[in-house]
Design a binder for this molecule. Structure first.
Ligand SMILES: C[S@@+](CC[C@H](N)C(=O)[O-])C[C@H]1O[C@@H](n2cnc3c(N)ncnc32)[C@H](O)[C@@H]1O
Length: 257
């Protein structure tokens, strides 16, 4: 379903499966707690509101539904993701939202929305063809005059290597900690890697460790804009407003004519 990385070589390959969005999905609420998403979700709501969006919104790659939790008071949400396990986590948090299993490269619900929202899941598009396919899905599901909001973590020109750690404890005594190490093994290609290590503590105190590498696509902003325009969108670049100590992301607001 996802990708493994050829760690022996310098160049990551488009790949197969990770446990993160499978058997580890139940830890998602403790890995990145839903409260951590409040500020960025409010910013996405602000941008969408200013673009005139007030009704229905489809999220592609909605994961555990943490952004959705903060966005659902403002829009009628349909949440889609590749992973049944992540959808189960989101259903528990957002029972009032519609949930649909599907691949953002091929999803076709046969109906359109006032807006389409794609957060960090878009980073899993590792080739221009995959990115274009996800953009085509957004276009297919956008009403004429509607918008698609894309929130990539980075473009080729804004990427920087990074290491972070985090995690939290649940009220029941379970806990998780993680190390997230992002690097670019080959700056001449369009792929980056993030190596994750998770340590989980069960109710009985038993600890488990697992590590895996995720491969992400990395493209120049101009490539994104060209691919969106080729789908029939007109594109505005919106600089995110954030109090986080990091470079604000450049959001792409794409309007379907
Ligand atoms: C980091 S999580 C998203 C978390 C989400 N932003 C939230 O608020 O909880 C990334 C998600 O992308 C999903 N994903 C990866 N490739 C996908 C694809 N081709 N189509 C749909 N979802 C995909 C994964 O299953 C995973 O749930």
């Amino acid at each position: 379903m996802y990708t493994d990385v050829r760690m022996a070589s310098n160049s990551p390959a488009p790949n197969s499966s990770t446990r993160f969005y499978g058997e580890l999905a139940r830890w998602w609420p403790l890995i990145w707690p839903v409260d951590d998403y409040e500020e960025e979700a409010a910013e996405f709501v602000r941008v969408l509101r200013e673009a005139g969006v007030a009704g229905t919104l489809l999220e592609l790659g909605s994961g555990g539904g943490h952004n959705a939790f903060h966005m659902k008071p403002h829009f009628a949400l349909t949440l889609s993701d590749l992973s049944d396990e992540m959808l189960a986590v989101s259903r528990a948090l957002n029972p009032e939202c519609e949930h649909v299993q599907g691949d953002m490269r091929t999803l076709d619900l046969g109906r359109s929305f006032d807006a389409v929202f794609v957060h960090d899941a878009i980073d899993y598009m590792t080739t221009e063809a995959e990115l274009a396919a996800a953009m085509a899905t957004a276009h297919r599901h956008c009403k004429p005059g509607g918008v698609a909001l894309f929130v990539a973590d980075a473009y080729r020109e804004t990427f920087s290597e990074d290491t972070s750690c985090g995690g939290s404890d649940g009220p029941d005594g379970r806990g998780v900690r993680y190390l997230e190490w992002t690097f670019d093994p080959d700056p001449s290609d369009s792929l980056t890697c993030t190596q994750y290590t998770f340590v989980t503590r069960e109710l009985d105190g038993s600890l488990s460790t697992s590590s895996e590498t995720h491969v992400y696509g990395l493209f120049p902003q101009s490539t994104w804009v060209q691919l969106l325009e080729a789908q029939g969108f007109s594109v505005s670049v919106v600089t995110e407003q954030t109090s986080d100590e990091r470079e604000p992301r450049r959001l792409l607001l794409a309007r379907r004519s």
